[in-house]
Design a protein around this ligand. Structure first.
Ligand SMILES: Nc1ncnc2c1ncn2[C@@H]1O[C@H](COP(=O)(O)OP(=O)(O)OP(=O)(O)O)[C@@H](O)[C@H]1O
Length: 291
């Protein structure tokens, strides 16, 4: 199972939202990151056949995007804002959505829905009306509906938004289990989601591909550029804009800061092991390709 994207481009009028993006993804969970307006939603909507590319192509398991009927069987999509049928119960909504996704046979639908509701921890709420669910429960129902036709490519947009920490962990486990033999494309602003579930990631910036590869290679490329140092408050106030600041935490009477710099920025500053977040910020500051 492979997702192959070749020179995919999408323009809205004169706005180029995606600009000749090419990459390949194999089975497993793959992170999709990028600042606001990077083109992530456009890419996901293209793959879900909700938009048509201006040029370029993509294939999912060898099936081209132009074969919409077959692609819809292969793809499950959880958009950021998902409008359910508020007056239906959880069971009714799932059954209806499973039917729309082409899951035939009442007993087969029942088996899959019971299993999924158990996995997303909504069995107790199966008779609850969708409008009475909490935000986190709606997200969980959203992912259950995206999985119900057992898609080969599952696209999830900010799936952990609004989930509490325990739900987040549960959710990541669910995605990991589901990704066996499939591709999960996980778009998120939560770097921790990527860190704990993905081996590889793609970063978009202003419609172009900024990074595609292993997370370890990205953090490796930031090695030697992340420094920590303790400054007193006056120094910190004076120097705030001197180096790109990754974090600043009050410590005693001073500030412990983490900055990006090619050379030691202050006497006594120590090199730190870059986190994904550091590496991502480092990448965003580079104008050209990073690694
Ligand atoms: N229907 C549209 N018409 C015109 N411009 C659009 C349309 N949809 C998106 N855009 C523009 O295309 C660019 C990419 O938008 P997109 O929603 O794909 O980004 P994103 O990475 O998903 O951002 P976010 O993280 O904020 O959701 C942005 O500049 C956006 O303003």
């Amino acid at each position: 199972m492979e997702l192959v994207i070749e020179q995919l481009t999408k323009t809205y009028g004169s706005k180029q939202a995606l600009n000749g993006v090419s990459f390949k993804v194999g089975e497993g969970i793959h992170g999709l990151l990028g600042p606001n307006g990077a083109g992530k939603t456009t890419l996901m909507r293209l793959l879900a056949t909700l938009l048509t590319p201006t040029s370029g192509k993509a294939m999912i398991g060898g099936v081209p995007l132009t074969d919409k009927a077959q692609i819809r069987q292969l793809v499950g999509y959880l958009p950021q804002e998902f409008a359910f049928y508020p007056g239906m119960s959880v069971l009714e909504a799932m059954d209806y959505l499973a039917l729309l996704s082409g899951v035939k046979g009442h007993s087969e639908r029942k088996r899959r829905i019971d299993d999924l509701l158990e996995q997303v921890n909504l069995t107790e709420q199966r008779r609850t009306k969708v409008k009475a669910l909490s935000g986190g429960m709606k997200r969980r129902l959203g992912v259950a509906q995206a999985m119900v036709h057992e898609p080969k490519l599952l696209i999830v947009d900010e799936p952990t938004a609004g989930l509490d920490p325990e739900e987040r962990i549960r959710f990541r486990r669910l995605l990991s289990r589901f990704s066996e033999g499939r591709i999960v494309l996980l778009s998120t602003h939560v770097v921790e989601d990527v860190e704990s579930t993905c081996e590889q990631m793609t970063v978009l910036h202003k419609g172009s591909l900024r990074y595609h590869g292993r997370i370890g290679d990205l953090t490796g490329a930031a090695a030697g550029r992340v420094w920590t140092v303790e400054l007193d408050r006056a120094e910190w106030e004076r120097d705030r804009d001197r180096f790109p600041v990754l974090s600043a935490v009050p410590e005693g009477t001073g500030m412990r800061i983490r900055v990006l710099a090619d050379q030691q920025p202050y006497p006594g500053a120590q090199q730190a092991i870059p986190s994904i977040e550091d590496a991502y910020l480092c990448l965003m500051r580079k104008e050209e390709s990073f690694v």
